[in-house]
Design a protein around this ligand. Sequence first.
Ligand code: HDE
Length: 713
Amino acid sequence: MAARKKSSPASPAKTARASQDNASQSSANKADRDQRGNGDELHQQASGKHPSLTTNQGLPLSDNQNSLRASERGPTLLEDFILREKITHFDHERIPERIVHARGSAAHGYFELTKSLKKYTTARILTEVGERTPLFCRFSTVAGGAGSIDTPRDVRGFAVKFYTQQGNWDLVGNNIPVFFIQDAMKFPDVVHSVKMEPDRGFPQAASAHDTFWDFISLTPEAMHMIMWAMSDRTIPRSLRMIEGFGVHSFRLLDARGDSIFVKFHWRPKLGLQSTLWDEAVKLAGADPDFHRRDLFEAIENGDFPEWELAVQLFTQEQADALPFDHLDPTKLIPEETIPLTVIGRMVLDRWPDNFFAETEQVAFCPSHILPGMDFSNDPLLQGRLFSYLDTQLSRLGSPNFHQLPINAPKCPFANQQRDGHMQMQVPKGRVNYEPSSLEPTSPRETPAGFRSAAVAGDDGVKSRIRAESFADHYSQARLFYRSQTVPEQAHMASALVFELSKVATAHVREAIVGHLRHIDADLAKRVANGLGLDQLPPAPPAAVEPVDMPPSPMLQLIGKMKDTLTGRCVGILIDEGSDAATLKALRKAVEAAGARVKIVAPKLGGAKLSDGKQQPADGQLAGTPSLVFDAVALVLSPAAGKRLASEAAAIDFVRDAFGHLKAIALDDGARQVLAAAGIKPDDGVVAADKPAAFVKLAKTRQWEREPTLRTLA
Ligand code: HDE
């Protein structure tokens, strides 16, 4: 940058150049004015009155296009405080991303209580039937960075902040009811192991690598969670189709202070739905934002996603009678043992106005609970109570992040905490301490305030020790595996083979197969076979021999899928001359079943149908593969069918749909594409003029097709 030159008496030559400069300056200004003039007109046409553009200090700006220069083609001046303010702000726009759960998508909504828990708690949100509480819900993947894909094999975070009249309650859960480790001490280790390897910086958002499986092979307590992670729960079709779990036992306290244990469960109204692994992998390329877009579109279309909130309530005596320790977060309580009671519903009905201000800056914390609630002694939960506030201090940069609109309670809040970076409130008066007698309105304790449960501690000895009651690492892993349907078991075995096939270290692969022998001999054999092991590696010593538990069908995913098209999306491929009546009938049937229809065509402009009308397309064929749909139809004239039979994108469209077990409707023209893809139609392929039959098939995946298509472990 340069300082402005002092003016000197003008020589004739200089004067000529100056007048030239002035001329070109004025023509540049004219061009600039013309451009800006046009732009202004466009803006005004678009939305009427605009407020003045200003600096952060409120100074109105006349030029937001050009920095201040010493001359038309001269250097930029340091004096340009407007440029400096703008660039400085931009330079600081990024904040540290979350160390885990960095990639998230969120929405506003409300919770409505349908069954009172008055008998058990004084937390108002759980006692007043019909009352609606605003909330903010953020879903996330765990391992990948904020810019990573939506569909890796990964646990999904499911965090809800309820803005209640008694303060904020955060239910910070996952879509899996157990966790990898039993003690917070191991959290940095498990997270380091799954994230990209520190020397090479890859893989991103993937557990299929040596360091993760090395850690797991040496951590038998992870085996139950590993079974869940290898199931299709970790490759969901939609965030609207996942369950949520608070994982740990919490306590509810009644007015007398008596308490009962509670576990929280979210159940999606749309039922559970997963992708297939091949589909998830391809989706990562086709649409890295697949889940975020799906949630956004559903909310924008008014198809508000909904979940039931259910609780498992149990007393200390019931807990003592369980064959495992409920304080161990690697264990669940089967629904068949302690049933779920549905107590309310959550509806997500508003997309955030601003991704950064809300989705990124929201700070969830398991220690945000209400009067009438308390924690259990689960050692993982106890560690979490420390971690969240601590990480948020560095992520959000100030102890005042609770004042950000997305984090601030919607009920009054007041205390004598003061100052700090980014204090946004202006506390009044002399009193910033308690007790005080100088100000009658300064905040005081209240009898209705939070109280911890008065639970007697046991008389143990202070020690770093893992409870013996936590020692059974395999029984529930076995319970989970054996409760699954045949295709689900095959997917788990195949997922293990895939993951371990990416592990270069032979002894790590073998150690995992050794653990599997404790879970299920057949599973171990299938995985060993898939990995090409000549013989089964030895099983490591087990601290406690696993026991057989009665299967729990409620742990299945397929069992919890609903035969429904509601909330789903059907893609229909058309081209010039497609039959208008067939398309109309298909659309009508699909929409009547509650799904959306998206039209795909070789050109985004769409195609002229048989009735001569132009049908616009929602997506262009090459950029809209069948991966993004739940079922597909191809309505093509014979000529278009012939043309598309030699078009790779059309062949992939039908081949992927078939491979991903989706229902397919075809007319005669489209059969040529099927033939070109080398597909022999099965019962999941129907004529396009049978919309009712298509809708019936499209409500579920064609599971019988799978063994005919791919070798599963
Ligand atoms: Fe978290 N976890 N976690 N976690 N967790 C974070 O907090 C932590 C655990 C969960 O959308 C972090 O603000 C420890 C279980 C969700 O913003 C961090 C332990 C469960 C989210 C943290 C656990 C979760 C987080 C990172 C073991 C399911 C995303 C950023 C002791 C019940 C929330 C942040 C959002 C985020 C720590 C284990 C759920 C580092 C120490 C178990 C859904 O504080």
